[in-house]
Ligand binder design. Structure first.
Ligand SMILES: [Cu+2]
Length: 188
């Protein structure tokens, strides 16, 4: 009887100790669980937080131009932006890798423009070109997407998951590339 009592006392103590132990564990687990939840939330919200927006303005100075003529300001040549009758302005020009949203506005009063996005080998490099059509060879520029043929005053959007590198934004309406309608951005 005494022995049994002692045992049960022991058992009780053990149970209590086990209970205490698990209570301790629960207390210990709580911050860990909270941290895990935080990590999960952070992870989930990261792509949205890292997403960059590039504002792109397609512009021209309103001049009437012969667009069958290559004005010679294609990528790879030295372009004096001050002399270009049309162009593309991107802001910012350096963005972090990941999701990039291009918000494109055609600020022209009369001319349709567009924006194509393609990898670019870098300063001084040309784009594949179709001379007789006076525009880039889209079959070989490996573009990542486009906002095509925006009417004057219209806006469009393109979202691309981007890797680090240099990229070119250009308008491929015949004659426009040679008139200076391109610019580059860097993804880091
Ligand atoms: Cu254009």
């Amino acid at each position: 009887m005494t022995e049994l009592k002692t045992r049960s006392q022991h058992l009780g103590t053990d149970l209590l100790s086990t209970h205490r132990h698990s209570a301790k564990e629960i207390v210990m687990l709580k911050p860990v669980k909270a941290l895990a939840t935080l990590a999960l939330l952070t992870h989930l919200s990261l792509p949205a937080m890292a997403g960059a927006t590039v504002n792109v303005k397609l512009w021209d100075n309103g001049e009437t131009l012969d667009m069958s003529k290559n004005m010679g300001m294609v990528p790879g040549t030295t372009m004096d932006i001050a002399k270009a009758p049309m162009g593309i302005k991107a802001q910012p020009v350096v963005v972090p890798q990941g999701k990039v949203v291009f918000k494109v506005t055609n600020s022209s009063k009369a001319v349709i423009h567009e924006m194509l996005l393609a990898p670019y080998a870098g300063t001084g490099k040309s784009l594949p070109y179709i001379d007789k059509e006076n525009r880039a060879d889209e079959e070989n520029t490996h573009d990542l997407g486009e906002v095509s043929e925006l009417d004057p005053g219209k806006t469009g959007e393109l979202t691309v998951d981007m890797k680090p590198g240099t990229y070119i934004l250009f308008c491929n309406v015949p004659g426009h590339l040679g008139a200076g309608m391109w610019t580059t951005i860097t993804v880091k």
